[in-house]
Write a protein that binds this ligand. Structure first.
Ligand code: NAP
Ligand code: 8YV
Length: 322
């Protein structure tokens, strides 16, 4: 398969670059002295793309890769890729579902506990020597809280299972009612926000979910409300969130994702009562390695004629099992 040209536009983990360059001819456009000129030169012969991070793959970008057959995305979320446009052009898009579900769910529960029980703040308190003066102030509690999951998919369900075991009531909001789960379904996010104390956001990014969590939803969540976001930053109206936190419209927030990563608003960074993480939901060596291998394996499977392993819904594979 060495005669097949695969493009990578930003650095990826060695497992991916090694795996792709062993099987194919890999072009790393960011390493070229003039990446744009490099893309003009290699673009016409590129048949595979390894995508990830914040690099946008839109119609204009796809125009430069006329022979592209497959986009193998590092991540289950693929809102940086115009998958509908890819599908229109007959290009398959793959992502990395399932292999990261438990890792992200663990992180989400950890972030919720950190936020409610102020664990990072308590750690800072001890290190600053303040415990010698007086005990850390009492915190809010997880006990008795009702959890509203926005996006009860693979990760949302894994979070719900964990929080079930904590003895907490779970409800969810999504476009479709799921008859195989024991949780109450809310078609309206606003209605759910009125009835819960924790809004656990695990929904994908993209135009359909942009700013779903807005000022009205935060108002409905109320003064003891906690927002956790491990889905995508774009789902939350960050300006409205900052106002809601400043005015104590909600109690606190735990955020792993932001609207303009890796830039995080100074107003959020200045707030000591919230918990902020640098998008680390899946970021263990174990899980990132499984994700990376799936990026490579999707390309190998496709170019071996076996079809994609994990195509996304917008570009289903109809040519037989991978
Ligand atoms: P999934 O199985 O596809 O679940 C997505 C859920 O979101 C579905 O239950 C879907 O339900 C719901 N949803 C989609 N569009 C919606 C809308 N417009 N309104 C309300 N609900 C909507 O995906 P997953 O594997 O659980 O991953 C979910 C997301 O987590 C990813 O897309 C990614 O953005 C994020 N993620 C973050 C990290 C991290 O490091 N923080 C890591 C991995 C994933 P309906 O179809 O019924 O609406
Ligand atoms: C990754 C994620 O950190 O899978 C996703 O959707 O958000 C994370 O697992 C990200 O995709 C890598 O950039």
């Amino acid at each position: 398969m060495k005669n097949i040209d695969v493009l990578m536009t930003a650095p990826m983990m060695p497992l991916i670059t090694n795996g792709i360059s062993e099987a194919f001819t890999l072009h790393r456009s960011w390493e070229a002295p003039d990446p744009e000129a490099f893309l003009d030169e290699v673009g016409p012969r590129i048949r595979g793309l390894a995508a990830g991070g914040h690099v946008k793959v839109d119609a204009a970008f796809l125009d430069r890769l006329p022979k592209l057959e497959i986009i193998s995305n590092f991540g289950v979320g693929y809102d940086s890729i115009d998958a509908i446009e890819a599908g229109r052009r007959g290009i398959i898009v793959t992502n990395t579902p399932d292999v990261l579900t438990d890792e992200v769910a663990d992180l989400a529960v950890g972030l919720l506990i950190c936020t409610v029980r102020e664990l990072p703040q308590s750690d800072r308190y001890l290190r600053a020597g303040k415990w010698l003066e007086k005990p850390y102030p009492l915190t809010a509690t997880l006990r008795g809280r009702r959890i509203g999951v926005l996006g009860l998919g693979r990760i949302g369900k894994a979070i719900a299972r964990r929080l079930d075991a904590f003895g907490l009531e779970i409800v969810y909001c999504g476009r479709t009612r799921q008859n195989d789960v024991p949780y109450r379904h809310y078609p309206s996010l606003l209605d759910m926000a009125r009835d819960v104390d924790v809004l656990m956001c695990v929904a994908p990014g993209g135009p359909a979910t942009k700013h779903m969590v807005n000022a009205e939803v935060l108002e409905a969540l109320g003064p003891s409300g906690i927002l956790i976001n491990v889905g995508r930053g774009s789902v939350v109206d960050e300006k409205a969130l900052i106002e809601a936190l400043k005015s104590k419209t909600i109690l606190s927030a735990g955020l792993d994702v932001f609207e303009d990563e890796p830039r995080v608003p100074a107003e959020l960074i200045a707030m000591d009562h919230i918990v902020l993480l640098p998008h680390v939901g899946s970021a263990s060596v174990h899980t990132r390695s499984l994700m990376g291998q799936l990026v490579v394996d999707n390309l190998i499977s496709w170019f071996s004629g076996k079809g994609p392993i994990t195509p996304v819904a917008e570009t289903p594979w109809t040519g037989g099992a991978a």
